[in-house]
Design a protein around this ligand. Structure first.
Ligand code: GAL
Length: 415
């Protein structure tokens, strides 16, 4: 008996040592203030389980740079253990046959019942989990600085695009920048999808930007979307082109600008700056989108590894990501809401509480739609082609709305 115990103790010690030696190299693009805090939470959780985190951060909002780097590492046969990849791109990586299955962890920890079906489906390839979801970001947000609004005589957050332009005119007159916008392709596309949702509604959005229906893209509603989108440019500042999203959020934080349209990772910046919703900043759904929700779920894919110890560390990462403890800390820093169903929102701020409430209600009403600008709605090729058109239209004041609309319809057919 004694011997048996000793043997099993030795085996257990061995297992711990083995686990301790595991290292995961994690590719991500969380480099802004709020994001870095969030990434640090994941790192410390993994390290508390005895594994090593090798940071592989590639700066660049929206992750385009990170994806380029990931492809070159994968092509050279040396992918990282884990990478921040989401939406339909997960399927493309899985089709390459490079991903590890997470079914063991997912089964033990009951991911199927922990996750909303709309999320679980995206994480699976041929019935197996190949990605672990981290959070739910809402993209259709409008952020504002309450002092700037007050000074300009703007009462309350605008609920329609008409109200928005009235408010923006007042802010412009008061001397502040009405709309903080970072002129980068993915930020242009982020604003565009909120305009599309607000002007056309969730059904239009679904047909035009998820199903990529040509007739809907050619419809008068798309014309109106493009016109509204173009009008916004007149409210941005001269330094907008090329500016990073977090520096753009900083304009609102510092009272230089009134509004910003950005997903709720922007809230991570307000929070990191010590601002509280209500007094330090305001959040509301973008005009016309209160009954809809563009979701953006961050997730990690895990690559197949040969080393057994590294595999264990990978599994530990997947398990940590879905833990209650991690979801609580990470999402408060990141601005998103937990992806686990039924998570207690008690300690979250009012914007997150609204997001959690709207996530549930829109999933029942049909207002829950995937974000195209953040890789959730369509395959990367069509997304990239459409994003290019939107950016060209934003930057080239001479491009007619009709021309942009025709190009957008053509781009949507890219495979
Ligand atoms: C989104 C991503 C967020 C945040 C943001 C800015 O696509 O889902 O987690 O990182 O880009 O980079």
């Amino acid at each position: 008996m004694k011997l048996k115990h000793l043997v099993s103790a030795a085996v257990a010690a061995c297992a711990i040592n083995t686990a301790m030696a595991g290292e995961v190299e994690v590719l991500h693009y969380w480099t802004s203030g709020g994001e870095a805090k969030s990434a640090a939470a994941l790192k410390s959780m993994l390290e508390s389980k005895g594994h090593k985190w090798k940071d592989f951060a590639v700066a660049g909002g929206g992750g385009e740079n990170a994806m380029t780097v990931l492809k070159s590492r994968a092509i050279s046969g040396n992918p990282p253990a884990a990478a921040q990849v989401k939406g339909p791109a997960i399927q493309e990586w899985a089709q390459e046959g490079m991903l590890a299955k997470m079914d063991a962890v997912a089964g033990t920890e009951k991911w199927d019942s922990l996750l909303p079906a709309v999320v679980a489906d995206v994480m699976k390839y041929k019935g197996s989990y190949v990605a672990a979801p981290v959070n739910v970001h809402r993209v259709n947000w409008m952020w504002a600085n309450p002092d700037v609004l007050k000074k300009a005589g703007v009462e309350g957050m605008p609920k329609t695009w008409d109200e928005f332009f009235v408010a923006a005119d007042k802010i412009k007159k008061s001397g502040a920048v009405a709309l903080a916008h970072g002129g980068q392709n993915w930020q242009d596309f982020t604003v565009f999808e909120s305009v599309a949702l607000g002007v056309g509604g969730a059904q239009y959005y679904d047909k035009a930007l998820v199903k990529l229906d040509a007739a809907t893209l050619k419809s008068p509603t798309t014309t109106k979307v493009l016109e509204t989108f173009r009008k916004l440019k007149g409210y941005t500042d001269a330094a907008s082109p090329g500016r990073d999203w977090n520096l753009t959020t900083a304009m609102v934080i510092q009272g230089k600008a009134g509004f910003q349209f950005m997903g709720d990772w922007a809230k991570g910046e307000f929070t990191a700056a010590g601002k509280k919703p209500g007094s330090g900043f305001l959040c509301a759904a973008a005009p016309g989108t209160a009954n809809a929700f563009t979701f953006n779920v961050d997730s990690f894919i895990l690559f197949q590894l040969k080393d057994a110890e590294a595999q264990k560390a990978q599994q530990a990462l997947a398990s940590a990501i879905l833990s209650d403890e991690f979801q609580e800390v990470f999402n408060q820093n990141k601005g998103s809401i937990p992806v686990r169903l039924g998570h207690d929102m008690g300690k979250f701020d009012d914007c997150a509480k609204l997001s959690a409430k709207d996530f549930v209600s829109t999933s029942k009403s049909g207002g829950l739609v995937p974000s195209i600008a953040h890789g959730m709605a369509v395959a990367p090729a069509a997304q990239g082609a459409m994003q290019d058109v939107v950016t060209q239209f934003w930057n080239d004041d001479k491009m007619s709305v009709a021309d942009a609309q025709a190009r957008l319809t053509k781009a949507a057919a890219t495979r």
